[in-house]
Design a protein around this ligand. Structure first.
Ligand code: ADP
Length: 395
């Protein structure tokens, strides 16, 4: 009997121990599972965070402004370009499109998405702090799988630069037409006068033929300059860069202009040292120097001096300076004279046969060489056109 009780007790103890071990094992399992789930969850959270950071970084790198709206019409996301375009003060997230952009047209386009799936190519103007901006807006309604509204995506392209270029192009065409019409109408009226009887008077015949010749030459010059500028604009100009002894290029330009200089009693001086060498296209550089020296003759002092200096700068670049002792260029025109058709004195330029394109060509050609050009001038103190060219490789 006692032995039986003892066995029963022993069996109960074994069972109890097994139960305790089993419970401990289960608890450990549950603990491990919980840890696994926690780990997975935090890994997933990190992944999601990284993914949304990557998406945000991608959106922020977009040139276009991007705004994503939720089903309630509130901003879920706005990228940096959108923030800049609409000058959001503070965070846009959570606000309605009207609150954030303060632009009724934008809000009206968003409202249209209730009825339409998309609104594409909508153009609008916004008045930002510095200047008006022209935008193209594309809006796309989002729908969930059941077809219910799930917000919208708005993309804004900034068309301001394009509009500016279009304005420049229109102005250029208007200028070209005007520049062509002026000599053409002078030629036409000279021929009409000749045909009306002036041809029978030898003195008048010569005078009117000279007028025709002068303005036909002006037209030819203008067309040459326009063609060259168009080649430069299209990047079609091939530069034949060679080590150029600059003194001889300057001398060639001076020789070409000697007759014009004599007509205004201007002395041309070449002060470029024979050792100065630049990597440049000879023909184009001669043209740059011709344009600058021609201006120095035209606008400088009659009976004055126009000279060209050159030096090697400490950083290896080459500096060429065309100097005259004329009346100089007013401060507020100094930046503008490199623009096409800009002239300080229109009548004077035309009378001298100027096309208004000489300095625009100079700037273009020098930039094509990787250099730059600027002017220094004070009232009555003459003008100094300073050209910088990149250093010779290996210098
Ligand atoms: P243009 O055919 O009229 O000479 P440019 O582009 O060569 O055209 O020059 C633009 C304008 O810059 C000129 O009309 C003139 O008013 C001014 N300019 C250029 N060079 C000089 C200079 N050396 N001195 C004074 N004015 C100058």
């Amino acid at each position: 009997m006692e032995a039986g009780l003892f066995l029963l007790a022993a069996a109960a103890a074994v069972l109890a121990a097994a139960w305790v071990r089993e419970r401990a094992l289960r608890r450990a399992d549950a603990e491990r599972n919980r840890r696994d789930i926690d780990e997975q969850r935090s890994r997933r959270e990190v992944e999601l965070k990284e993914q949304s950071q990557r998406t945000a970084a991608l959106f922020d790198r977009m040139v276009e402004g991007l705004i994503v709206l939720d089903a309630g019409g509130r901003i879920r996301l706005a990228n940096r370009a959108a923030e800049v375009l609409f000058a959001f003060d503070g965070h846009a997230a959570g606000r309605t499109i009207l609150e954030a952009t303060r632009h009724h047209e934008v809000a009206a386009v968003v409202a249209r998405l209730d009825r339409e799936l998309e609104v594409l190519g909508y153009e609008l103007r916004i008045d930002s702090i510095d200047a008006p901006r022209f935008l193209q807006m594309n809006a796309l309604a989002l729908r969930d799988t059941s077809g219910a509204s799930d917000g919208a995506i708005l993309v804004f392209h900034d068309l301001t630069r394009l509009r500016q270029l279009e304005g420049v192009r229109q102005e250029f065409v208007a200028n070209v037409s005007h520049e062509l019409r002026t000599p053409l109408s002078l030629i036409k009226s000279a021929t009409e006068t000749l045909l009306d009887g002036a041809k029978d008077d030898p003195a008048a015949l010569t005078r009117f033929l000279q007028i025709i010749d002068k303005h036909a030459n002006r037209l030819a010059l203008l067309i040459d300059d326009l063609l060259l500028l168009s080649t430069l604009d299209s990047g079609g100009l091939r530069l034949n860069r060679q080590p150029l002894p600059f003194r001889s290029t300057v001398q060639d330009a001076i020789d070409d202009l000697q007759t014009r200089a004599l007509a205004r009693d201007v002395t041309l001086e070449n002060k470029v040292p024979p050792t100065l060498v630049a990597l440049a296209d000879d023909d184009r550089m001669r043209q740059v120097l011709s344009n600058l020296l021609d201006n120095a003759i035209k606008y400088g002092r009659a009976g004055g001096v126009a000279s060209v200096e050159g030096r090697l700068l400490p950083d290896g670049r080459i500096e060429i300076v065309v100097i005259d002792d004329g009346p100089g260029i007013p401060k507020d025109s100094q930046e503008r004279i490199f623009e096409r058709f800009y002239r300080v004195d229109k009548a004077r330029s035309r009378e001298q046969g100027g096309t208004g394109l000489g300095l625009a060509i100079v700037k273009h050609v020098i930039q094509a060489h990787g250099g730059d050009v600027r002017v220094e001038s004070g009232p009555g103190a003459g003008a100094r056109f300073i050209v910088n060219l990149p250093a010779m490789p290996g210098s």
